[in-house]
Design a protein around this ligand. Structure first.
Ligand SMILES: [Zn+2]
Length: 89
């Protein structure tokens, strides 16, 4: 089954925070149509399989092109490259 991310919402807004909740809406497209009950069963299964799972969000990660390590800011990545990959003359 394939889906399209169709909605992203921020649920909590404060000045600065270490964690925040983002609601992601995904529109699933399937070959055969399903009725409401089948849809509910599918959602129950998604909850069972996805809730509590840790995921890495590529879109929010600045990835080092040399070693692949991920950073949550451009600055962090720059410092890493300077410290770890700077070529010595
Ligand atoms: Zn690196």
């Amino acid at each position: 089954m394939r889906g399209v991310v169709s909605e992203i919402g921020l649920e909590r807004e404060e000045g600065r925070f270490h964690s925040f909740r983002v609601k992601v809406g995904i529109t699933l497209r399937m070959e055969n149509s399903m009725d409401y009950e089948e849809g509910e069963r599918a959602v129950k299964r998604l909850r069972r399989e996805l809730l509590g799972r840790e995921v890495e969000l590529e879109a929010l990660t600045y990835r080092c092109p040399i070693c692949g390590r991920g950073f949550n800011s451009e600055m962090g990545l720059k410092i890493h490259i300077r410290r770890s990959h700077r070529e010595k003359p």
